[in-house]
Ligand binder design. Sequence first.
Ligand SMILES: Nc1ncnc2c1ncn2[C@@H]1O[C@H](COP(=O)(O)OP(=O)(O)OP(=O)(O)O)[C@@H](O)[C@H]1O
Length: 606
Amino acid sequence: MIGELSQACGRLREQLPYLPRAFRLVRHAAGGLTLAWLLVLLLQGLLPVVAVFLTRTLVDGLAAITGSGGGWAALRPLLPAAGAMALVLIGMELCQGIARWLRTAQSELVQDHVHELIHQQGMRLDLSFYDDPGYYDQLHRARIDALSRPAALIENSGALLQSLITLVAMGGVLLTFGPWVPLLLLFSTLPALLVVLRHTIRFHRWRLRNTAAMRKTTYYDLLLTQREAAAEMRLFALGPHFRGLFRNLRHRLRRERVRLARSEVVAQVMAALIGLASMVAPLAWLAYRALNGSVSLGGLALFFQAFFQGQRMMRSLLGSAGEIYRNLMFLENLFEFLSLEPRLGEAPQPLPHPGLRQGIDLQDVSFSYPGSFSRALENFSLQIPAGRITALVGENGAGKTTLIKLLCRFYDPQQGRLLLDGTDIRELELPELRRRITVLFQEPQRYHDTAFTNIALGDIAAAPSMERVREAARAAGADLPVSRLPGGYEAVLGKWFGGAELSGGEWQRLALARAFLRDAELIILDEPTSAMDSWAEADWLLRFRRLVAGRTALMITHRFTTALHADMIHVMEKGRIVESGSHEELLALGGRYEFSWSRQMGPEVP
Ligand SMILES: Nc1ncnc2c1ncn2[C@@H]1O[C@H](COP(=O)(O)OP(=O)(O)OP(=O)(O)O)[C@@H](O)[C@H]1O
């Protein structure tokens, strides 16, 4: 027990710096409301003390007139105290209501503010964090805890303040009965303090240990309920399998949680019994004095109320202190998450870049993903000339998408350089670099919004007009499918908000239109035609050449019929370029390209 207590004190020392930070956070989110709420709490702390004194006046007054036959004249002197008591009781109720309302408004504001902080930080961190399961744990804990904890912390602090005010006042009242009475009050609640500290630490440790398991339950839950997984779940009859996994995990978590709660409740009851037992001695002593006539009935009532309220306040104060401790522990998760720093370094003095003139040069680039032992790219060199179409073809896992990620500077290579007209991209301002690039990703995002917005998001900063959006849609072959929708460009897409559904290829065309909308000098397309039928592909490729005229394009594809439209084709294998040339040159070479081309085209192709 002593060991646990000293450990709790150690943890408290570590966490105390978070307290002012949490207060600053709440002040920033809801300063005015918090102040008003604290004032109401102050009042709530003082009113019970006033009530105790009024009780003594009333009891003593009533005792004095007992047996006098009553009557209006006898009762009259008691009226002011009775009226004041009524006002105090009404005031207490009013304060409670107002405090509740203020607390709700404050907590909503704080939640929104914390959401904002988490979203900001999430977008600030680079893609490599998403390769780290520890990051997901941190994010999960921050999201779960952070929304309610800061507001709860303030509430606990307020409650603590309120209890403290009442307690000090009650302590003052009890002091008149002897200095040992407040001391007894203090010691009678010590067991409760130990219980609170011990269980807070145990619960927090349990949460840390089980974050990954809790995330897994969320994952199974999503598989069982989300549309994306719905078809496979049904076809492969996976429901019972994932329900079983969810149930087993929840069963273990529930069992452990309930066991923790049970031992906490047992310890709490024991602590409360000790508290109650400690009341017996002073009460017996006071009853004895009342019988002797050295204490009035009102005095007895005052003592009973003051001691009882004092003990209640002491317990509530300890409860609040325990909750503050608990909330601080969980807020540590939020502050840890918010203090993560992006791993991509920004140049202290980024260089200006007038525009892509010569091209992109990848020199001896080697890269492996965080936590991965194998290299996705190894001593990789490639030139992408400006104003031309370059194609990259290669088997699955050759490193093509990785190359896009490096070009967008989602990651930095461990070795080698990526040069834009001779300037290392690490020397350029990151947002500026990304503004120059537009990408159609292999698995583009489907936004559950209007068709117009789905395309306009490609250049949201420029607030594109309908004309620009239509033009991009036409270039991507998306105009026709969108026009056919009821509502056309204003039609909501996706099923989340009751919209129309598109086919995979139509969604992809929309994503392509989004990529085209951006007036970027480098266009990167990862499998642009994978969801198109061969007619659509031929038609689109014809227009593509016209569309990118003068701009630099990099096309990544498995389809040789797509690659053959490029000015230069590179064949990739295991993170390296193994062949380069035009379509005709590569066929003449009779190497990998020629072999794969013949297999893809079939025997009838010359
Ligand atoms: N986030 C990641 N973390 C660890 N390894 C990764 C990650 N993404 C890709 N890889 C690995 O890097 C290698 C190259 O992957 P990449 O996605 O670049 O291949 P690709 O050529 O685009 O393949 P495909 O044609 O199938 O899209 C693969 O072996 C893959 O397993």
